[in-house]
Design a protein. Structure first.
Length: 257
């Protein structure tokens, strides 16, 4: 009797082990980290890089991370569970804000899933995610417009989530300081004009420099020179330091095409 129980217990253990191993068979977190992860190589190199730079730029300016993952299929796992596990294991979004979004596309099984972090569900509720799938991703994918579908869908997400999470001021390179400097410059210009106007009343048309004052040349480019760079140069791009450990609840939507 004990032998029979032991035999079936061992078989049950093997079945559970096989089931769990299949369920957990998700792609490893990329190294170096990327927001666009095309494991099928269905996009061209240029398309991947263009989409990557767009999402990096948005993450850099708002801290919200939108990741695109393209796989052949999800094996025996439900596509939603598969997407959720990737999002949680990779930690898409910021730990203290949970503002991550993951868009999963399984090309072979034609499945699409969007999962949202707890902190982003208010601006990307399930109904909006479903609408993005039905009105943006499906039509483009059915027409074979893979990149356009992903580009338009992520743009819609960015529009919806824009302004919900701003990058921390410490990480923003002192953007508030630029505004203060600009205001001071405007005040100085006004004062300079007033003083120069008074000096010119009896001066027979003297110019600004004839009043004995010196004013340094100021341009708009010098005002913005200390702001953050990254995506403006033709040879550069936004840096991506990795996922921030965001958590996910149950938000999102799915569909196929």
């Amino acid at each position: 009797m004990l032998k029979i129980i032991s035999k079936y217990t061992f078989l049950l253990f093997l079945v559970c082990t096989l089931f769990l191993s299949k369920a957990q068979n998700i792609p490893a977190q990329p190294n170096p980290p990327r927001l666009v992860n095309d494991f099928v190589m269905i996009l061209s190199g240029g398309e991947r890089e263009q989409l990557e730079q767009k999402l990096r730029g948005y993450a850099d300016s708002t801290s919200t991370q939108i990741s695109v993952v393209i796989v052949k299929n999800t094996g025996d796992s439900d596509p939603y569970d598969y997407a959720m596990k990737i999002a949680k294991d990779w930690g898409v979004g910021q730990k203290d804000k949970n503002n991550g979004v993951l868009l999963l596309w399984a090309t072979e099984t034609r499945k699409i899933r969007i999962v949202t972090g707890r902190g982003i569900e208010a601006v990307l509720p399930d109904a909006v995610c479903k609408r993005i799938i039905n009105t943006v991703l499906k039509p483009n994918f059915q027409a074979g417009q893979w990149y356009r579908g992903l580009d338009d869908a992520t743009t819609e997400m960015i529009k919806r989530a824009s302004g919900e999470f701003k990058a921390d001021q410490e990480e923003d390179g002192g953007g508030g300081g630029n505004i203060v400097v600009f205001v001071i410059i405007i005040i100085v210009i006004i004062i300079f004009i007033i003083i120069s106007s008074r000096n010119n009343r009896g001066g027979g048309g003297r110019g600004f420099n004839s009043g004995g004052m010196w004013f340094p040349p100021v341009t708009m480019s010098s005002w913005g020179s200390s702001s953050r760079g990254g995506g403006g140069g033709s040879g550069g791009g936004f840096d991506f330091g990795g996922f921030g450990g965001g958590d996910f609840g149950g938000g999102g939507a799915g569909g196929d095409y």
